[in-house]
Design a protein around this ligand. Structure first.
Ligand code: UGA
Length: 468
C-alpha cells in the first residue's frame, strides 16, 4: 500500500521507517527543506535505536522524502498526520499545524482515502479535520478521518512501534477500519515477525499484537488518558517516596511490594526527579484543558503536575542539605536528557536542576552520552561539558545523577571516588543501593530512601514515629 506520513519528527520519521519495513511504499512529507535534504543524504536527525538501520535499508526505494503534500496525498491510500501539537500559553494543544495539513491535503483527495491522526490530539480533532476538508470542497464519500494513536517512547520508538501492546484503530466507518487493518496486517498476521530481517523482538513483547477498534473520539481519549495515567503513576510513587523519606522506609522496597500486585504492575513506578520530555508535561496539561472545556474539572491531574514540579524542588533541597551552601561549589552532573536512551532535552528535569544550581552560584560540569550537543544550544557556555562521567567527577564537590542512563548505573565506583574532591553522590534516579555506596566510602543520597554514610550513621533517626 502507498502511505504518506506528514511530519518527520520523532513519531513521523519512526512511523514512516517502520511502515516501509512492513513492506509499504512510504512518502514522508515535511516543509523543512533542510531537514529533507539531510534525510535524503543519509543523516539521522534523532537518537533512536534501530532507526539508522531502517532508514539505510529503505531510503530512496520504499521510503522517500518530499515537500509536496498535495502530491503525496494524491498518490496514497492513507495519509498519517504526525505534525507537532505544541502547547499554547493556556496549556491547550496548538492545532494550527494539523489544520493547515488538513487544508493542504484537500487538493489531493480525488479518490477514496483515509486521513489518520497519529499526533497526540484532543478529542474532537478528527471532527475538525473532517470539517476543514469538507469546507475545502471535498466530497464526503472521498475520505474518512481516523485516529490511530501511537504509544512509542523515545529511545525505544522503533521496537515500541513494531511490537506494541495494542494497535488502536478509532474510526466510525468500516471502510476506513479495513484500510488500517491492511496497513498493520504484516504485524497482526505475524508474517513480519517471521522475516529474517525483522527488527529483533524485545522482552515482554506479545506477538502478534491485538487490534482494538473504537470510535474516533474514544481513540483520541485513549491516547491522552494513557499518557495522563502513566504520569499519574510517576507522581504517585514520587509522593510515596516523600512519605518514605519522612518515616525512614525504602521506596524501592515499597515499589516491589506494591508493583507485584498484578492489578497495579511495577512499570512506571520508578521514583526520581519527576517526569519530563515532549509528551507527558504537554499532554497532562492539554488533557486537563480538554476536560475543563468539556465541563469537567480534572483536579487529580492538577495535583499530578504539582507533585511533579515539587519533586524537582525536593531534589534541590536535598542537594542544599548535603552541601550546605551552593555558591562556588563545583558539581558534577551526570545526565542532561529528559530520560536515558535519548538526546532529547525538551522539558528535561535534569536541565531544570542544572539551571537552578547555576542560579545559586554553583559551577557545573556535565556529561551525557547523547544529549550534550543539544544541551549546548540551550545552556551555552554557562556549564562545562566533560567527555566521560569520570572527567565530570574530577575535582568536584559532589556528583549528581539526574538521568537514568544505563551507563550511569555501571560506574567504576572506586574511580569515581578517586576523582571526586569529596565522596558525595546525590542520586536523583536511585541507580545504586545505599549500603553498597556507603561500603564504597560514599555519603549517598537518593529518592525515598534514607541517606547512607560510610561511617554508618543514619541520616534519619526515627523515634516513636517522629524524626529525631
Ligand atoms: C511517553 C509514553 O511513555 C509513550 O507511551 C507515548 O507514546 C509518548 O510519551 C508520546 O506521547 O509520544 P516518552 O515521553 O518517550 O514516552 O518517555 P517515557 O519513557 O514515558 O518517560 C517520560 C518521563 O517520565 C521521563 O522523564 C522519565 O524519566 C520519567 N519516568 C518514567 C519516571 O520518572 N519514572 C518512571 O517509572 C518512568
Amino acid at each position: 500500500m502507498r502511505i504518506t506520513v506528514v511530519g518527520s519528527g520523532n513519531v513521523g520519521l519512526v512511523a514512516g521507517a517502520c511502515f516501509a519495513d512492513l513492506g509499504h511504499e512510504v512518502i514522508v512529507v515535511d516543509n523543512n527543506q533542510q531537514k529533507l535534504e539531510a534525510l535524503r543524504n543519509g543523516e539521522v536527525p534523532i537518537h533512536e535505536k534501530f532507526l539508522p538501520e531502517l532508514l539505510s535499508r529503505h531510503r530512496g526505494n520504499r521510503l522517500i522524502f518530499s515537500a509536496d503534500l498535495k502530491d503525496g496525498a494524491r498518490r496514497s491510500a492513507a495519509i498519517f498526520v504526525a505534525v507537532g501539537t505544541p502547547p499554547t500559553g493556556r496549556g491547550e494543544a496548538d492545532l494550527s499545524y494539523v489544520e493547515s495539513v488538513a487544508r493542504e491535503i484537500s487538493g489531493g483527495l480525488e479518490d477514496y482515502k483515509v486521513v489518520i491522526e497519529k499526533s497526540t490530539v484532543p478529542v474532537y480533532t478528527s471532527e475538525w479535520i473532517r470539517r476543514i476538508i469538507l469546507r475545502n470542497g471535498v466530497d464526503a464519500d472521498s475520505f474518512d478521518v481516523a485516529s490511530n494513536p501511537e504509544f512509542l517512547r523515545e529511545g525505544t520508538a522503533v521496537t515500541d512501534f513494531l511490537f506494541p501492546d495494542r494497535i488502536v484503530i478509532g474510526c466510525d466507518h468500516d471502510r476506513a477500519v479495513e484500510v488500517l487493518r491492511k496497513i498493520y496486517a504484516p504485524m497482526t498476521d505475524g508474517s513480519y515477525y517471521r522475516r529474517t530481517a525483522a527488527i529483533p523482538q524485545p522482552d515482554r513483547a506479545a506477538i502478534p499484537p491485538p487490534v482494538i477498534v473504537t470510535s474516533t473520539k474514544s481513540a483520541e481519549l485513549i491516547k491522552h488518558a494513557s499518557n495522563a495515567f502513566l504520569a499519574m503513576k510517576i507522581s504517585f510513587i514520587n509522593a510515596v517516596a516523600s512519605v518514605c523519606e519522612s518515616v525512614g522506609a525504602d521506596v524501592n522496597q515499597v515499589v516491589h511490594g506494591v508493583g507485584s500486585d498484578s492489578r497495579i504492575g511495577g512499570r512506571f513506578l520508578n521514583p526520581g526527579i519527576g517526569y519530563g520530555g515532549s509528551c507527558f508535561p504537554k499532554d497532562v496539561k492539554a488533557f486537563c484543558a480538554v476536560a475543563r472545556e468539556c465541563g469537567y474539572d480534572f483536579g487529580l491531574l492538577d495535583e499530578v503536575m504539582r507533585i511533579n514540579e515539587d519533586q524537582r524542588q525536593r531534589f534541590l533541597r536535598k542537594v542544599r542539605s548535603a552541601l550546605w551552601t551552593l555558591r562556588g561549589k563545583r558539581l558534577a552532573v551526570l545526565g542532561l536528557a529528559f530520560k536515558g536512551g535519548t538526546d532529547d532535552i525538551r522539558e528535561s528535569p535534569a536541565l531544570f536542576v542544572v539551571q537552578a544550581l547555576l542560579e545559586e552560584g554553583s559551577q557545573v560540569t556535565a556529561y551525557d552520552p547523547a544529549a550534550m550537543d543539544r544541551a549546548r544550544e540551550t545552556v551555552g557556555s554557562s556549564i562545562q561539558f566533560a567527555n566521560s562521567a569520570y572527567e565530570a567527577a574530577h575535582g568536584a564537590d559532589a556528583l549528581l545523577i539526574l538521568t537514568e542512563w544505563e551507563e550511569f548505573a555501571n560506574l567504576d565506583l572506586k574511580r569515581v571516588r578517586q576523582e571526586l574532591r569529596y565522596p558525595i553522590v546525590i542520586d536523583g534516579r536511585n541507580l545504586y543501593e545505599p549500603e553498597l555506596m556507603a561500603a564504597q566510602g560514599f555519603t549517598y543520597y537518593s529518592v525515598g530512601r534514607a541517606a547512607a554514610h560510610p561511617d554508618g550513621v543514619p541520616s534519619v533517626l526515627v523515634k516513636n514515629g517522629k524524626k529525631a
